[in-house]
Design a protein around this ligand. Structure first.
Ligand code: AHM
Ligand code: MG
Length: 329
């Protein structure tokens, strides 16, 4: 059988659903295009004199890196003119991104973290783009407000990520399983390389920033200690500090990623809308679980577009165990 490139895969998937208009496929194709452009620039970060901090701070007061801004602009530029979106939310913009009046509006909403793990850019470590697509709740009203984006993750129509690692991969789901595509640089095409991805029921990796141990709740401390002393399996600690990279490794190998609330970050660090939700959508589609300690991430209704959440995500066994620890006194 020949290679299956992303466009072919999208088209074949679309044909399975009568009534599919192809609207949504164009959004995905454009995100893939943005991923290729970002990948090209990330891969020459060391030589292109584009490493370094830009002057501005993002909405959280964190210093933005030049590649963050480039990735943000690339995604917006790839998506704002196609007539399929009513607005976008990006980690790099405090305000909702509206569709310029010269372009036609559509019925979908996109959310993204353009370049996650950005502190790893200038040390040549894998980083990624995380994205999600929702349908606008009321298609009869033009434009969009913050309220339109405050939908729980279970309402996502599509979610995915692009990882810029040893190779560039795009992994996505539209709610019918998870598929991964590897960028063939000689063709400039994403080729299906990981079909119907499933996370192992249990795995030997736990990923958490253990330097924050003293700031954790006792329950988290006890859970991590339990994993370390687990008799039936020897757990390994693996933490890159790039969510997409840590997530991708655990999806393939099994285990758990934890970013708990702590004394410094009482709501956790990661963002619900464009970090936790898309990855939780993927993990559930791959047979895994994602919780905030108590509730499923995908069932949380966001209160604001840049809301943070604690995140525990990975194999069912490790996440269920964590849930038990969190529910005991
Ligand atoms: P960013 O969106 O500013 O890049 O921050 C998110 C990143 C995640 O990729 C990663 O999981 C986390 O921050 C690491 O945080 P810490 O350095 O506190 O462990
Ligand atoms: Mg981020």
């Amino acid at each position: 059988m020949g290679l299956i490139n992303l466009s072919r895969f999208i088209l074949e998937e679309q044909r399975k659903y009568s009534g599919a208009t192809g609207d949504f496929s164009l959004i995905l194709e454009q995100i893939a295009l943005a991923g290729k452009i970002i990948s090209k620039d990330v891969s020459k970060a060391g030589i292109a004199n584009i490493i370094g901090e830009a002057d501005s701070l993002n909405v959280f007061g964190e210093r933005q890196q030049k590649l963050d801004l480039f990735a943000h602009n690339t995604l917006v530029y790839s998506l704002d003119h196609i007539g399929k979106l009513a607005g976008m939310v990006s980690e790099e913009s405090d305000k909702i991104i509206e569709i310029p009046t010269k372009h036609v509006e559509g019925k979908y909403l996109a959310v993204f973290d353009p370049l996650d793990g950005s502190s790893n850019i200038d040390v040549n470590i894998s980083i990624g783009t995380i994205f999600g697509v929702y349908k606008k709740l009321n298609e009869n009203i033009d434009g969009c407000t913050e309220k339109d984006f405050l939908q729980p993750g279970c309402k996502l129509i599509c979610a995915g990520y692009v990882i810029y690692g040893a190779s560039t991969m795009l992994v996505y789901s539209t709610g019918n399983g998870v598929n991964g595509f590897t960028l063939d640089p000689s063709l400039g095409e994403f080729i299906l390389s990981h079909s119907n991805m499933k996370i192992p029921h249990s795995g030997s990796i736990y990923s958490v920033n253990e330097a924050y141990y003293d700031k954790w709740d006792t329950k988290i401390k006890k859970y991590v200690e339990y994993l370390k002393n687990f008799k039936e399996r020897e757990y390994k600690s693996r933490y890159i500090g790039s969510l997409v990279s840590d997530f991708h490794r655990n999806l393939l190998k099994g285990g758990i990623f934890l970013y708990p609330a702590d004394k410094k970050n009482p709501d956790g660090k990661l963002r619900l809308l464009y970090e936790a939700n898309p990855l939780s959508f993927i993990i559930e589609q791959a047979g895994g679980k994602a919780i905030d300690g108590k509730n499923d991430i995908l069932r949380k209704t966001p209160q604001s577009v840049h809301q943070r959440t604690p995140l525990f995500i990975g194999s069912p066994f490790e996440v269920e165990l964590l849930k038990e620890y969190m529910s005991t006194d």
